[in-house]
Design a binder for this molecule. Structure first.
Ligand SMILES: Cc1cc2nc3c(=O)[nH]c(=O)nc-3n(C[C@H](O)[C@H](O)[C@H](O)COP(=O)(O)O)c2cc1C
Ligand code: SF4
Length: 479
């Protein structure tokens, strides 16, 4: 495993030559176009709503909300920085639980009847920061991501998993695990919780809700629920019933609300550290791996037949906004958030992370080509680092994506979109180098943030603990 760091690729030629050596083709513009209202700066119209440019902020949770579910000072700061970024599409802010039992950790945001006003404040803080940075919020679209963490729920204690699953998974569970198998009645209750949360999100002023279907959480798991008996398992119709019921409920209760879906459009088997800590796919019994939505049954290959069928269903349900992600940060993180340094529950990358970036860009391009009526937000660009603007502009110019989503980059360098659009030089010291501390910290029960590059987090006492964990982890991976 000897991948070149992006920071060592000093010119566009070096970068492209290295990508070429890996067999990776990426859209790439040598010259950035500024001030003409084209490409990244071209507005997009969702009906009457103008979205002022083609940058989107991806949902980024901080494990830092109050235990009652309301935002804390740290949450507010992060959302202000989302507003500062200049991006005109805020895709969901971060995962917000629709029920206490569905929280991914006791400090995940949770929207309920008693704390709607704190979400009004959260949105308004973002708007105020955006107004200050960009002069207007008229062309800003802000949504809220609604979720239930299902298999990965830890609602009461950070270290205690309280999984609620649709089916028993041979690789994500140990033999003596006894996860709670959700009944059809439970799922109907959760559907009602999504609908209720969407109504509360509307009350708090959010312009759309994302009915989250990615990353191994409950919505995503419904799509691979082949082995479940009853009305939520087996056929495509049954595996999408959860989504259809939520959408029908929202349409009835909050008729004007726009609905989007963040989707892990494809998935693979879980990976674990192998020789020298390098990730390798888990072995499974039998000929077919049945639990990867969008997989070809081998556990490692892709088959877009079902994802495309799902996009057709979105069209029927009048869902136009789609944010495409892949896999899961829990069991195959190198696909989902390509990084040179693994998170503490991960493994050394089994492929150059640039290959992972190109896979996500290519996937969105294919889906958009096949189903051009939908509006696509892409993910996984942060690893491109200083070359991100060049790839982003070309991807939009070539029609490979409608909005370029930024995740980790926004934690370390929130103003990147504003700088790019204004033609200012990049703040090189703020560029995310994919150290993965923002993933490792919460895995260790700490708040998430960019500890290496954001001074605010750098100075926190927790930073020392994080460094100690990382040193320990490096030893286990032998690096
Ligand atoms: C600290 C952290 C928190 C995240 N929280 C969420 C979340 O709440 N909801 C979600 O859909 N994705 C979440 N993600 C995934 C990101 O939205 C994004 O898909 C991923 O980081 C890859 O994009 P990037 O390369 O720009 O970082 C999170 C990622 C990180 C690193
Ligand atoms: S901790 Fe900072 S530099 Fe590291 S991956 Fe997260 S945002 Fe990027």
């Amino acid at each position: 495993m000897n991948y070149r760091r992006i920071a060592s690729l000093k010119t566009a030629e070096d970068f492209l030559a290295y990508a070429g050596k890996l067999g990776v083709t990426l859209p790439f513009d040598h010259e950035m176009v500024v001030g003409t209202g084209e490409f990244l700066d071209e507005p997009f119209f969702l009906g009457e709503q103008k979205i002022g440019n083609r940058f989107s902020i991806l949902p980024m949770e901080g494990w830092d909300a109050e235990t009652g579910g309301s935002p804390s000072e740290l949450t507010l700061r992060r959302w202000q920085r989302f507003g500062d970024s200049g991006a005109k599409l805020i895709w969901g802010g971060e995962a917000v639980a629709v029920e206490h039992a569905g929280r991914a950790n006791p400090n995940q945001l949770w929207l309920h009847d008693k704390n709607v006003s704190s979400f009004v404040t959260l949105r308004e803080e973002l708007l105020a920061a955006h107004q200050k940075a960009m002069g207007t919020t008229d062309d800003l679209l802000v949504g809220l991501q609604l979720t239930h963490s299902g298999r990965f729920a830890r609602p009461n204690t950070k270290s205690v998993l309280e999984p609620q699953v649709l089916y028993r998974h041979p690789l994500l569970e140990k033999n003596d695990d006894e996860p709670y198998l959700l009944t059809d009645e439970d799922l109907q209750r959760i559907v009602r919780s999504f609908v209720h949360s969407a109504a509360l999100a509307a009350e708090a002023g959010f312009q759309f809700v994302d009915v989250k279907h990615c990353h191994g959480y409950l919505g995503h798991e419904t799509l691979s629920s082949f082995d479940r008996p009853g009305k939520y398992g087996g056929s495509f119709e049954n595996r999408t019933r959860f989504l259809r019921e939520i959408v029908a409920g929202i349409r009835e209760r909050v008729p004007g609300m726009t609905i989007g879906v963040r989707l892990s459009a494809v998935d693979w088997v879980p990976f674990r550290p192998g020789d020298q800590g390098v990730g390798r796919p888990c072995e499974f019994d039998g000929d077919t791996y049945r639990y990867a939505f969008g997989g070809d049954g081998s556990g490692l290959g892709i088959d877009l037949a079902e994802p495309l069928r799902l996009l057709d269903l979105f069209k029927q349900l009048d869902i136009r906004l789609v944010c495409i992600s892949v896999g899961s940060p829990y069991y195959n993180p190198h696909f989902q958030r390509p990084a040179i340094f693994p998170p503490s529950d991960g493994y050394q990358p089994p492929e150059d992370p640039l290959i992972g970036v190109a896979r996500q860009i290519d996937l969105v391009q294919q889906l958009k080509r096949e189903r051009p009526e939908l509006i696509y937000v892409g993910s996984g660009y942060s690893y491109l680092q200083e070359w991100l603007p060049h790839v982003a502009q070309a991807a939009v110019r070539e029609g490979a994506v409608d909005f370029v989503g930024l995740g980790r980059m926004v934690l370390s360098y929130p103003e990147m979109p504003a700088d790019v659009l204004a033609g200012r030089p990049l703040g090189m010291k703020k560029i995310c180098r994919t150290f993965s501390d923002c993933t490792t910290a919460p895995r260790k029960g700490l708040v998430s943030g960019c500890f290496p590059l954001d001074d605010y987090y750098k100075q926190m006492p927790e930073h020392k603990d994080l460094k100690a964990y990382k040193a320990e982890f490096r030893k286990t991976l032998g690096s």
